[in-house]
Design a protein around this ligand. Structure first.
Ligand code: ADP
Ligand code: ADP
Length: 225
């Protein structure tokens, strides 16, 4: 569990300023939501934190340490995307295990972590299945389990529930809150859904056109005149 700080991050693509002087700090174990309309720069901000994009200027700090030029693979981050990103030709077990195999952990350690992560998201009984044998919600759990098994310092989630139907989404939300409170992983969660932000966030940053407009608890943001 680490803190994440962005200092004056700028990222341009040709004539578009995707991220325009963004600064915020996410505390240890905090559930931080980046909320804003499509195209406002949320995903780009997340990718900069992950090390998948390099900012044009500004700094990224983990626990006060400058990681702006540290490659993604050395940042110990778990990511969950909107598209469940499960590999169709692999069983659930292997889907969760692959990043750990790449990390060259021992077989025993991998098995332990895969089973523990599967348990956390209630898919322990599905480890032998292929993705085509799963529902959307179950696939989404596989993606979350894969991120958790990695035992990341930071969890980054990009609209992970947006492909689920409304009822499942409400249920998944509640489960995510519970899980995050138990694990206390520093989490940065991207969404354009205000309700989702309200329910999940310790604090919300409202983004528009590459800028942070407001930062506060859901209560501060929605109940202030
Ligand atoms: P959001 O996640 O809020 O939908 P993004 O961070 O994906 O927003 O995009 C912010 C802006 O940057 C948009 O105008 C988008 O079109 C642009 N953008 C994002 N990635 C690229 C890219 N790789 N090349 C060019 N423009 C991009
Ligand atoms: P968005 O739809 O929010 O813009 P994408 O689905 O395009 O996000 O994913 C962002 C990037 O991350 C893409 O370049 C994609 O190839 C990569 N990516 C997607 N899933 C994974 C994953 N599970 N692990 C690592 N990288 C991934």
């Amino acid at each position: 569990m680490v803190s994440v700080e962005l200092q004056n991050i700028v990222k341009k693509y040709r004539n578009v300023t995707a991220v325009d002087n963004v600064s915020f700090k996410v505390d240890h174990g905090e559930f931080f939501v980046l909320l804003g309309p499509s195209g406002c720069g949320k995903t780009t901000t997340l990718r900069i934190i992950a090390g998948l994009e390099t900012p044009d200027s500004g700094r990224v700090l983990f626990d006060g340490r400058d990681v702006t030029n540290v490659p993604a693979k050395n940042r110990n981050i778990g990511m969950v995307f909107q598209s469940y990103a499960v590999w169709p030709h692999m069983k659930v077990y292997d889907n969760i295990a692959l990043p750990l195999q790449i990390k060259k952990l021992s077989r025993e350690e991998i098995e332990k972590r895969v089973k523990a992560a599967a348990q956390m998201v209630n898919i322990a009984h599905l480890l032998d299945r292929y993705p085509f044998q799963l529902s959307g919600g179950e696939k989404q759990r596989v993606a979350v389990a894969r991120a958790l098994a990695f035992e990341p310092n930071i969890l980054l989630m990009d609209e992970p529930l947006s492909n689920l139907d409304a009822l499942l989404r409400v249920q998944a939300r509640a489960e995510l809150v519970k899980l995050q409170k138990e694990l206390k992983i520093t989490t940065i969660y991207v969404t354009h859904d205000q309700t989702e932000a309200m329910v999940l966030a310790d604090r919300v940053a409202v983004m528009n056109k590459g800028r942070i407009m407001q930062i506060g608890t859901p209560d501060e943001i929605y109940n202030r005149p």
